[in-house]
Design a protein around this ligand. Structure first.
Ligand code: ATP
Ligand code: MG
Length: 546
């Protein structure tokens, strides 16, 4: 894995040099309320990559403090995705919910210190008390409660005496702070809901800001890396740990990843899935990691993309074309070559024996002998791409037209003699002859044949269902547009066609090939040998160079 550096690593270098830290511990803290997307990949590469660089540890911690949105389905998917991306948390798997007892004790500590109180204002009413940054807020009456009263009320909150929303526990900080997050933020709320790990043990749950810093502190995290929107929460993060006298990780914020032609918010992704605007979380058009995996994006290409965009404090939108560039980069090296015809036109080789099936050993990769060969059958009837024939071709056209000789990839030189048309004038079949002396694709007399086209045997080839994917959205930045982002979906983002592929292109799910002159295709999870299903991963950089 390529090693990178960034402003966070410079901070860490300083901490190690000064002796402030001797071991580096980071964490990736997903909330199990959705599938991971490429934005999370940036955080994963940074969190795990930093730990690897400094021979430290990276914890995978499920931030499961909100019982209503979370589900074990997501837990398993998140683990699969992190592993697939190439990272390993080893023994360091943690759950925020396993700290609920400690968090409750910490809340009691705050109450005893006079630094937390039970407040009966509704969310709306409190907003009015809190006010705006430019003017001081108003103190809620609950602030005047004694420690004993607060302890009593908080115990009652815990034992289920109150309805959801009747009370919250607030940190007692500063109702005049220009930072609204420090104006007595809620740290515990009542929520009568079953939790996926703690069941019905609790009916009060800690708020994110209270829970997260405590989780980091308990685990001995040294550098807590998060996205920029948490910068304004940092004073609260530090206040809680300082007030409790707990060990202090350092929170450092970086810019989140945004990508063109897609949306990344979990809420929107969930909507697209639930409203069946896409085919599940692993729809190959989605920016989810499982979607990209199903599409055929190699994990390495995602890591390389993350390394290239780097880690900064400046918000930006990355071009999805850069991601695709990295996908091609890896696949061009690694994907075995095959032949497929997506818009078939039949060709009859009139001077070739009807019953003959000749087999040819063609290389899996033009530059990499070590990748071996595969067997390709050739027969009297083959398919070529419809646009590899042109009736009125000029001299520059190097594919089939009447009288022109073309190389059929790897097998013979062939000359097109006749185009058969139906009553409406559509070309339905070409009649060609091969030069039997040109076996392998070159003539014994050394004559030059410039054009090479791909083909598939009509009788030996296999029909496949091919999903051609395009951008999910028509607009470059659908999330930024006014109005409903769903109106900006690209109606042509999925086109399914039937193609015909050479027998050696039938493979297990997840196998990616380069179909010569067409692009990269990955075998779908629902494929069968009888009905192969292929997903277009990416086009070629320079397609159709005949
Ligand atoms: P939400 O805020 O909608 O729940 P989230 O994407 O922030 O969604 P988390 O599960 O909290 O979900 O994210 C886990 C980690 O991934 C967090 O540390 C978060 O900062 C990071 N992360 C999430 N989205 C991005 C992104 N687009 N770019 C970089 N990091 C991200
Ligand atoms: Mg979040």
């Amino acid at each position: 894995m390529s090693e990178t550096t960034n402003f966070i690593h410079e901070i860490i270098d300083g901490d190690l040099a000064s002796g402030k830290r001797t071991e580096i511990v980071t964490r990736f803290p997903p909330e199990p309320n959705g599938y991971l997307h490429i934005g999370h990949a940036k955080a994963i590469c940074l969190d795990f990559g930093t730990a690897m660089k400094y021979h430290g540890k990276c914890h995978l911690r499920f931030d499961d403090t909100n019982p209503t949105a979370e589900d074990v389905e997501y837990v398993d998917a998140i683990k699969d995705d992190v592993r697939w991306l190439g990272f390993d948390w080893g023994e360091n798997l943690f759950w925020a919910s396993s700290y609920f007892d400690k968090m409750y004790d910490y809340a009691i500590d705050l109450i005893k210190l006079g630094k937390a109180y039970v407040c009966d204002l509704s969310v709306e009413d409190f907003k009015a008390y809190r006010g705006v940054p430019t003017e001081p807020g108003k103190e809620p009456a609950g602030r005047q409660r004694t420690v004993e009263e607060n302890l009593e009320l908080f115990a009652q909150m815990k034992s289920g005496d109150f309805e959801d929303g009747a009370y919250v526990l607030r940190a007692r900080i500063d109702m005049t702070s220009p930072n609204l997050h420090l104006r007595d933020p809620a740290i515990y709320r009542i929520k009568h809901a079953e939790h996926h790990t703690t069941g019905n043990t609790w009916c009060i749950y800690p708020m994110y800001d209270f829970a997260h810093c405590i989780e980091d502190s308990i685990e001995g995290i040294t550098h807590s890396l998060c996205t920029l929107e948490f910068e304004v929460h940092r004073p609260l993060y530090n206040w809680i740990l300082e007030t409790l006298g707990a060990t202090q990780p350092q929170q450092i914020e970086f810019a989140r990843l945004n990508l063109t032609y897609t949306v990344m918010s979990k809420r929107k992704l969930l909507e697209l899935v639930n409203e069946k605007l896409v085919n599940g979380w692993d729809d190959p058009r989605l920016p989810t990691l499982c979607g990209m995996r199903r599409r055929g994006y190699p994990a390495e290409s995602i890591r390389n993309f993350c390394a290239e965009i780097g880690v900064t404090k400046t918000e930006s939108v990355s071009d999805v074309a850069l991601l695709e560039h990295h996908v091609r980069d890896i696949l061009n090296e690694n994907a075995p070559r095959r032949m497929a015809v997506l818009d078939p036109l039949k060709v009859v080789i009139t001077n070739y024996d009807e019953n003959l099936v000749e087999t040819f050993e063609l290389p899996n990769h033009p530059q990499k002998e070590e990748m071996g060969t595969r067997t390709v059958p050739f027969t009297r009837e083959i398919f070529i791409e419809r646009d590899d024939y042109l009736e009125d071709a000029n001299r520059k056209y190097k594919r089939f037209t009447i009288g022109r000789e073309v190389r059929l990839r790897g097998v013979y030189l062939a000359t097109c003699n006749e185009a058969i048309k139906d009553a409406a004038g559509n070309i339905i079949e070409l009649h060609c002859t091969i030069d039997p002396e040109s076996k392998g694709g070159s003539a014994p007399d050394g004559r030059k044949v410039k054009g090479t086209i791909h083909w598939v045997s009509a009788s030996e080839g296999v029909e496949a269902s091919v999903n051609l994917y395009d951008r999910l959205f028509k607009e470059e930045n659908p999330a930024a547009e006014d109005g409903d982002y769903k109106e900006l979906l690209n109606p042509e983002s999925l086109k399914t066609i039937n193609g015909i592929v050479e027998p050696a292109a039938i493979a297990g799910a997840g196998t990616t090939y380069q179909f010569e002159r067409i692009g990269y295709f990955c075998t779908d999870k629902n494929t069968t040998p009888e009905t192969p299903i292929l997903n277009r991963t990416a086009g070629l950089r320079d397609s159709w160079k005949g």
